[in-house]
Design a protein around this ligand. Structure first.
Ligand SMILES: Nc1ncnc2c1ncn2[C@@H]1O[C@H](COP(=O)(O)OP(=O)(O)OP(=O)(O)O)[C@@H](O)[C@H]1O
Ligand SMILES: [Mg+2]
Length: 251
């Protein structure tokens, strides 16, 4: 099982959005994926609740269990979960360190602007201090590929020694629209540019090893029956996902 923490010191870079989109990519690949929303502003958790209310109970989205992240992650391992994505707050809090402690890898999400890039170095330092395999994704990039900001940002990241995803994820209004509907852009606009870009990002994460989960074992039928859910108020809640739920995802 892989556990990947998504981080950035800067607020609003797209961490939570990336977690949701990559969780859905994992579901599309037939994987059992769980999101742990370790941000006190539980954006992903709310999104998960919106989906569950709409009859789409995957991915399972939970908040950190009172017993600690490590024990919670072990619980999911015992259930045969393939991938856990941990969303983290944009601060240097114990929550981020705890997430990295329990992670196999890390992803730093940054916009291609100097303000964000200045803080990437610190995120890379924290992740590499813990010897976590770490990648960087450029997010909310200008859709017009002629704009030099992306190339300049990539150069700056490479100079930091970062492993940068070759696909920069474009800014698109379909991301906030999808969030409002409890969806991701891949699900909302199956023919859209976001879907193609996110598939490329997923491919890179497999190749780079950061999220290379191993050979597909026919796990689509095993996506459901994930439990150990925890509500935002910290109370335990059992969540059962339906087998049919994956059919609602874009294939
Ligand atoms: N590719 C994108 N194109 C356009 N808007 C985006 C994109 N990705 C994210 N957004 C929007 O940017 C805002 C911030 O995104 P998000 O909440 O994912 O950032 P974050 O890094 O998790 O923020 P925080 O630091 O507060 O946790 C949201 O309104 C989201 O809908
Ligand atoms: Mg967030």
């Amino acid at each position: 099982m892989l556990v990947v923490s998504v981080l950035a010191r800067k607020g609003g870079t797209g961490k939570s959005t990336a977690v949701r989109c990559l969780a859905v990519e994992a579901l599309k690949a037939g994987r059992r994926v769980v999101v742990i929303d370790a941000d006190p502003q539980p954006t992903c958790f709310r999104w998960g609740q919106r989906r569950a209310a709409a009859g789409i109970p995957v991915p399972l989205v939970v908040v950190p269990a009172p017993g600690g992240l490590a024990a919670q992650i072990e619980g999911f391992r015992a259930q045969g979960v393939d991938l856990i994505l941990v969303d983290t707050p944009p601060t240097a809090t114990p929550a981020v360190n705890a997430a990295l402690d329990s992670s196999t890898g890390a992803l730093v999400v940054t916009r291609p602007n100097p303000e964000d890039l200045e803080s990437v170095q610190e995120s890379l330092r924290v992740a590499s201090a813990q010897k976590r395999r770490t990648g960087v994704i450029l997010w909310q990039s200008p859709p017009d590929k002629r704009v030099r900001a992306v190339a300049l940002a990539r150069e700056a990241l490479v100079a930091m020694g970062a492993d940068v995803c070759p696909t920069a994820v474009s800014a698109s209004i379909s991301y906030p629209y999808a969030y409002a509907e409890g969806l991701t852009p891949q699900e909302r606009e199956p023919e859209g540019r976001a879907r193609a870009e996110l598939a490329e990002v997923w491919g890179w994460l497999q190749r780079s090893g950061i999220m290379a989960i191993g050979p597909y074992d026919g796990g689509a039928s095993k996506v459901p029956d994930q439990d150990a859910g925890t509500q935002a108020d910290g109370t335990a809640k059992r969540v059962r996902a339906k087998t049919s739920s994956r059919k609602e995802l874009v294939a």
